[in-house]
Design a protein around this ligand. Structure first.
Ligand SMILES: [Zn+2]
Length: 247
């Protein structure tokens, strides 16, 4: 059930069928010279929508901003801080709980490390606060990247590369403007850098030229299957998942 489209009585009736809500988290972030700023949001909303359809869970409206560190100086990246993301996650889950939901899947399309750890941190606090709640924090991107590894040709493919370009080609090809040169950033191992553009000028991590819509369709399906499994596990097990899987 898509929550933003239903009425008050439909919400009430819907709780009789499912008390699970899937909340997608996206970003407004550069994705090279060829993909739209909404790339993460576009992917996560579609994965969550299909998973909600298959599991009968409720789909919440997406949070379209995230915590973006390494791309923050690239034109077009507009993000929020960790305190804001944490507060948003806490408030949304608490209010859905007050409105009768008991299982919560916080699904991120943006795979930034700080962003994901902030969601995990909020999830841990919510587990302590809300009796009977089960919570999952998961990067649908990492799940799909792992499960779909055999389909990907480019080495170390990540941001705006073969995978994401394929998925946007499958979802909204009119938003893809050609391609960008292959690129792998050169950030130092441990030192934090002020001039992020110097280490990552093009904002691509991987090789978008290997992308295809067909690959994107298959990767999307893998992401949906993985999320369906996670939602079922969440509904049956009632334990947090996701936190240990972050890189
Ligand atoms: Zn992305």
């Amino acid at each position: 059930m898509i929550l933003e489209n239903i009425t008050m009585p439909e919400y009430e009736r819907g709780l009789l069928d499912s008390r699970t809500v899937i909340i997608p988290f996206g970003s407004l972030e550069e994705h090279g010279a060829h993909l739209p700023l909404c790339t993460d949001t576009l992917q996560v909303v579609e994965v969550c929508r299909r998973a909600a359809e298959r599991t009968g869970a409720h789909l919440a409206p997406a949070v379209p901003y995230g915590v973006c560190r390494s791309t923050r100086n690239h034109p077009g990246t507009v993000g929020i801080g960790t305190a804001t993301l944490r507060a948003l996650a806490l408030d949304l889950v608490r209010d859905f709980y007050r409105q009768g939901m008991r299982a919560f899947a916080l699904v991120s399309g943006h795979a930034g490390k700080t962003h994901l750890l902030t969601l995990v941190d909020a999830g841990e606090q919510l587990l302590e606060e809300l009796p009977g709640a089960s919570i999952s924090v998961v990067s649908e991107y990492h799940e799909m990247q792992r499960a779909g590894a055999a389909l990907v040709e480019a080495r170390d493919d990540s941001h705006a590369g073969e995978i994401e370009t394929s998925r946007v080609l499958a979802l909204q090809p009119e938003l893809v403007q050609g391609t960008s040169p292959p690129e792998w950033p050169t950030f130092p191992e441990a030192r934090l850098v002020r001039d992020k553009l110097r280490h990552w000028p093009g904002g691509v991590w991987g090789d978008p030229s290997r992308a295809s819509a067909e690959k994107g369709r298959r990767l999307m399906e893998i992401a949906v299957e993985r999320l369906v499994e996670l939602v079922r596990e969440l509904e049956n097990g009632g334990e947090t998942t996701g936190g240990d899987e972050l890189p």
